[in-house]
Design a binder for this molecule. Structure first.
Ligand code: ADP
Length: 488
């Protein structure tokens, strides 16, 4: 339900105390004014701690620095006249026992009147004693449509002949408050940038916003699916869904893809795939540091998880990359933390199964035994892919991709066939590493590097698959179980 409808419903069904969580006080006030003007014709009174009541000559500047006296004014107002009292930042006072008692008394007296109290706050802190009286709702950040209207208004205002599509700009701005959007647009108009520069600037602004959360990071990407050697079935799956987040797909009735779990040996291209998806689908990549969700004070992990869910939904459509999910939710954590891991996992999995917003999750894991079985159950991820060590043909592609990047003109001089035959049990990362090592050796001798330099490195190299034998065989055994799809 849209916010305006939700609030209208609450007002018309006589909800006395409505608690609205928002970071956009002014836009919220405008919205309440609009609803009130169009539907309820109520008087609106705004109170804040410093200036007391505003908006209405009767109470102007009254109840300054006095929340209890603000509630007295509510009590003594004429209850036959529809009135909305907006109390700003009242969460700070609402936990005081005097305020709680006063609100409860007021509720008994005014619950059937035309008077409403709306508390606006940037934090949700409802005391237990008021839980039955308060209805908490959230004022969402501006939708794509609202951003489009505002952008049109702003561009009209400066009569700029804009060279970019407003719709694309609106998508880029999703996840930001209207105030931030306005400020950013004003800057852009003055600076007269190209559309590429504009998207980069917006992306940096969002990056700063995301970083404030401490657990999420905005990840700039320039890898495409063409940078991945092998993993044919995974790439095919992803290519088929390239337009799955588009309006056409929605109109077609397609549900948005939920996410995939990539399990496999270290260095086989799981992270690379997460980055390439974001690029292929042209949607931003947010990286979640699951380790940072845990730790800190009791209850903090759950609230951080909620914050991640909320923030990523505000940025939708986006890819949410959860690296090494097996580490955070490893089974051994459960016995030591009195239930926190299990509660966070369960809220994450519920979100995964039920989410409707266009957040595509790419979770990666290096170990299968550590992963809780609930995560592997059907219906959680759209698909679980297993990434094995590359075979000879795939190693050929991986050598080719990296050599083409490094030596775009002379890459054909390298004996790629021989190199790929000599590197059985090497991962993609190790192939890349041996090329770089060979380059260092040759650079030190002030000459270009050749096939033989790479061969020399390969001959001395001990791939991880030799030392981490147990994990790799258990992964390969598990992949044979038929519960997962092979990525290549
Ligand atoms: P993982 O996340 O599975 O541990 P990464 O994706 O981090 O592995 O791999 C590290 C680097 O190794 C990549 O950035 C890429 O340069 C190279 N690499 C790994 N797998 C591949 C592959 N299949 N194709 C091309 N390069 C690869």
């Amino acid at each position: 339900m849209y916010f305006e409808d939700q609030l209208k419903l609450l007002l018309s069904s006589r909800h006395f105390l409505i608690y609205i969580f928002t970071r956009e006080e002014e836009r919220l006030e405008n919205t309440i004014n609009k609803i009130s003007k169009n539907v309820y014709l109520s008087n609106i009174y705004c109170w804040d701690f410093i200036d007391g009541f505003q908006n209405n000559p009767n109470y102007i500047n009254r109840a300054k620095k006095n929340p209890l006296s603000a509630l007295d004014i509510v009590e003594n107002s004429d209850s036959s006249i529809p009135s909305i009292f907006i109390l700003k930042d009242f969460h700070v006072f609402i936990n005081d026992i005097g305020v709680v008692r006063k609100i409860k008394n007021l509720f008994r007296k005014l619950k059937n009147s035309n008077i409403h109290i709306i508390v606006t706050s940037s934090e949700v802190q409802v005391p237990q004693l008021l839980k039955d009286i308060v209805t908490v709702i959230e004022f969402p950040l501006p939708s794509e449509e609202e951003i489009i209207i505002e952008l049109n208004r702003l561009f009209d205002l400066v009569q700029i002949i804009n060279h970019m599509k407003i719709e694309d700009l609106a998508i880029a701005y999703k996840g930001m408050s209207m105030d931030l959007i306005r400020r950013s647009v004003t800057k852009l108009i003055v600076a007269r940038k190209s559309s590429k520069e504009i998207f980069e600037i917006i992306s940096r602004e969002k990056q700063q916003l995301i970083r404030q959360t401490d657990v999420l990071d905005f990840y700039p990407v320039n890898n495409s699916l063409n940078d991945i050697g092998g993993l044919f079935y995974l790439k095919q799956w992803l290519k088929k869904r390239s337009n799955a987040f588009s309006k056409q797909a929605r109109d077609y009735g397609l549900p948005a893809p939920k996410g995939i779990l990539l399990v496999g040996i270290q260095g086989t291209g799981k992270s690379l795939s997460a980055k390439a998806i974001s690029n292929q689908w042209n949607i931003p990549l947010l990286k979640l540091d699951v380790g940072k969700i845990f730790g800190g004070i009791v209850g903090e992990s759950e609230s951080k998880m909620r914050q991640v869910i909320k923030m990523s939904e505000e940025f939708a459509p986006c890819v949410l990359w959860i690296d090494e999910i097996d580490k955070a939710f490893s089974r051994t954590n459960y016995s030591t933390d009195s239930g926190t891991t299990s509660r966070v996992l369960s809220s994450f999995l519920t979100w995964l199964s039920e989410k409707t917003k266009q957040v595509f999750i790419v979770a990666t894991a290096n170990h299968i035994l550590n992963l809780p079985s609930e995560m592997l159950r059907k219906g959680r991820f759209d698909e679980i892919f297993f990434l094995d060590l590359p075979n000879c043909k795939e190693r050929y592609k991986i050598f080719q991709i990296h050599l083409m990047k490094i030596r775009p003109l002379t890459w054909e001089n390298y004996d790629i066939q021989y190199l790929s035959e000599s590197t059985s049990n090497f991962s993609g990362a190790e192939i890349k590493q041996s090329i770089i090592e060979a380059m260092h050796n040759a650079f030190y001798e002030k000459r270009d590097f050749y096939t033989q330099d790479i061969v020399n490195v390969i001959n001395e190299f001990i791939p991880l698959s030799f030392t981490d034998h147990t994990n790799i065989s258990s992964l390969q055994e598990w992949a044979k179980s038929g519960k997962v799809r092979l990525a290549s």
